[in-house]
Design a protein. Structure first.
Length: 714
């Protein structure tokens, strides 16, 4: 439980519950404005229901005020127990920490309560010299190795038996982003802590498995670019210290690879890349100590690396072909710096052997971390199967193709292709980091799509034109002259056309809330009038003749958040005829969905959901008519809490689940659950200021003032 999300007036002493048995939930179409569903049971009492939780495998729902703790049966709502909380300290830790245990502080010690019975499980000190009257976010880890943070120190616990495993009278370094790493629910992972004067990794067994007398990398932590000082890939943990980067196994704490750098900026440059698909088990590649390191995220081990001194610079991107990778690295510096610029290697992902090395001397901007080079100044590398080469385009050195077999440059085309936009954003893990970095953070949004191939031809995109390049000679066969191309953001070769997506829109709802929204730093916040970063229109698609580059068809009447526009590339020009057939007009006017101007588009299951200023809706396939809709102003979005076995997540306004495909919404006091597959509202709770879910048993809890109701999903 996160204390900052549960503030409220405590001290309500009279706690009297009454239970009302009700019937099950009807299914209704959202478009018909369904009546409120009926709860299974409801209770009434003087109580602060914002402190509600579910535990004991979904058998007990509990709530508290400052002095009392009460448990009800989720089966019928009847009271199972009620007890006092002697010495309860509001400023200390309180909340559920596992399915079985609720913890609170009395100012001197922590007390664990058995959620099933309401009895004390244990009383224990958090460690010598650590005061419990000033809890500090965050609490991280799993019940077997969970960290509590206080102003005067930190401690790691095995929660259910109340066993203190490790403690240090040292506060966290709250300037770091984040100051702690752990994977909740992972019984094998430990806790990484950036303390004020050192960095420590405590394993799931409570032992200090690794430590360094060094603090986190503050450049990476938010001074210039607010990336986190730690990144994880499965069992791999990449830790950024001030002048050192360490790759750890996050179960054993074993150091898999490391490198010490001359300064903070050089250490901040280190990037790791997934070398393959997105299944979570693909190799991770990074460059440390002049070599490429290939690590296994599933087992948390290095399975291959290139020889010492075989790699120059830090990894900046890559492309896969079979068992090999075309890895792009970069060396920073000025014109006279040794080996400054971009380097391209072909590396075997199984052995780490380097087949070849190519270098093109592209000078790099020193002001941003390595991840922003690809997109800001560079597009690629891309492996092209038909051309049997690696394509790389840079903003001032043109496009190049390197032979896959030997790495020799086949040709270079003097056209500056990459195009990107710099946008402001926030990116942090606590309110301080967000407020501190709002005016400093920047990210680059690349608009150049990947090149596509034809027979002996490579089609590549510039800002507002397409180049057809002879794959053998590098000579331009044609350059598009279409007046409809204002900004290229997508490219495909399909249906007898070179299909170009043109136009792009990006705002604060895509890349972080504007500076005026700081009230919910742990949530995704959508705003009615987001700051617009990029707005290049018209939005739509243009078909070019592959042989001549002349425009053969176009439809550019899309809206910026129309899913047909922001989704996958079309296969042919039928996307235009579908638009025309919908209402005998070009384009789908999203205003017809009845939820105001659309701010964001995403999918739940296989269905498209539109988030508007005044609600959410799903469209009838092939039409602009709403299949369902839920009313609710964005500024009235309220939290939804989702209880899991080890912790709870909370989100603002809506929560989506894909198995089954359900959408939960909470606007003001209105609660709805939509089955997006069938296009129906299956539950409407009427009025509730607190909504909490226990989906393992299909329970929805809705509290309205002093009334608590429990619903079941069908």
């Amino acid at each position: 439980m996160r204390r900052g999300a549960f503030s409220g007036v405590a001290g309500l002493l009279a706690i009297t519950w009454t239970m009302v048995a009700i019937v099950a939930v009807p299914q209704t179409s959202a478009a018909d404005k369904p009546p409120a569903s009926s709860p299974v049971w409801a209770t009434q009492g003087k109580y602060d229901l914002n402190r509600l939780g579910v535990g004991a495998e979904g058998k007990v729902v509990y709530a508290r005020d400052g002095k009392h703790f009460t448990g009800l049966s989720t089966e019928d709502g009847k009271q199972k127990y009620q007890r006092e909380l002697p010495g309860f300290e509001e400023k200390g830790w309180w909340g559920h920490v596992s399915d079985a245990t609720y913890v609170y502080s009395n100012g001197k010690e922590l007390i664990g309560i058995d959620i099933a019975t309401g009895t004390d499980r244990w009383h224990a000190s958090p460690g010598e010299g650590i005061k419990t009257d000033a809890f500090v976010l965050p609490r991280r880890g799993n019940p077997k190795a969970m960290m509590f943070a206080f102003e005067s120190g930190v401690s790691v616990w095995d929660i259910d038996p109340g066993k203190l495993l490790w403690s240090a009278r040292e506060p966290l370094d709250y300037d770091m982003v984040p100051d702690t790493w752990a994977r909740e629910g992972d019984q094998d992972a430990g806790v990484l802590m950036f303390l004020k004067s050192r960095t420590v990794y405590v394993g799931a067994n409570g032992k200090e498995l690794w430590s360094a007398k060094d603090t986190g990398n503050r450049r990476r932590g938010g001074k210039d670019v607010a990336n986190t000082a730690v990144v994880d890939y499965g069992r791999l943990l990449l830790v950024y210290l001030s002048k050192q980067v360490i790759l750890l196994n996050n179960a054993t704490g074993e150091v898999l690879a490391s490198q010490t750098f001359p300064n903070e900026e050089a250490a901040a440059d280190v990037e790791a890349f997934k070398a393959g698909g997105e299944d979570g088990n693909e190799p991770v590649l990074l460059t440390l100590g002049g070599r490429a390191v290939l690590a296994d995220p599933k087992e948390g081990k290095v399975f291959a690396q290139s020889p010492e001194g075989s790699i120059l610079g830090q990894a900046a991107g890559g492309a896969i072909n079979g068992d090999d990778m075309a890895a792009l690295t970069a060396v920073r510096g000025g014109d006279r710096s040794p080996n400054v610029g971009l380097h391209l290697y072909r590396i075997n992902l199984k052995s780490g052997a380097v087949a070849w090395h190519a270098y093109n001397g592209q000078i790099l901007d020193n002001r941003q971390i390595m991840g922003h080079i690809v997109g800001e100044r560079v597009n690629g590398p891309f492996y092209l199967d038909k051309a049997k080469g690696v394509f790389l385009a840079t903003s001032d050195k043109g496009a190049r193709l390197y032979n896959w077999d030997d790495g020799k440059e086949r040709w270079a085309l003097d056209e500056g292709l990459p195009n990107s936009y710099r946008v402001m954003k926030y990116w942090g893990h606590n309110s301080f980091s967000i407020i501190r970095t709002m005016m400093q953070n920047r990210t680059y949004v690349p608009t150049n799509p990947a090149p596509v191939e034809g027979d002996g031809v490579i089609y590549a995109a510039g800002n507002d034109q397409i180049f057809a390049i002879d794959a053998s000679t590098g000579k331009a066969k044609w350059t598009s002259k279409s007046k409809n191309l204002s900004l290229v953001s997508g490219l495909a070769n399909s249906g007898g056309s070179i299909i170009v997506r043109q136009g792009i829109h990006a705002d604060a709802n895509d890349y972080g809330a504007p500076v005026t929204i700081v009230t919910q730093p742990l949530e995704r916040t959508y705003v009615e009038e987001p700051e617009v970063y990029i707005d290049e229109s018209p939005y739509g698609f243009v078909g070019l003749d592959p042989a001549t580059g002349k425009e053969s068809w176009s439809c550019t009447d899309f809206e910026s958040h129309d899913y047909e526009f922001v989704g996958g590339m079309p296969k042919d020009n039928s996307i235009c005829s579908v638009q025309a057939k919908a209402k005998k007009e070009k384009g789908c006017k999203l205003s017809k969905l009845g939820v105001g101007s659309v701010l964001y588009t995403y999918s739940v299951g296989d269905q498209i959901v539109y988030l508007g200023k005044s609600g959410m809706a799903g469209a009838v396939p092939g039409s602009c008519a709403p299949a369902w809709s839920v009313d609710g102003a964005v500024k009235k979005q309220e939290k939804i809490y989702d209880f899991t076995a080890d912790d709870e997540d909370h989100t603002t306004g809506f929560l989506q689940k894909t198995s089954p495909a359900h959408l939960f919404t909470h606007y003001g006091n209105n609660v709805n659950v939509v089955d997006t597959a069938s296009g129906k509202v299956i539950l409407s709770a009427g009025k509730a200021d607190v909504v909490k879910l226990y989906l393992a048993q299909k329970m929805v809890f809705a509290a309205d003032g002093e009334k608590l109701a429990m619903y079941r999903l069908p």
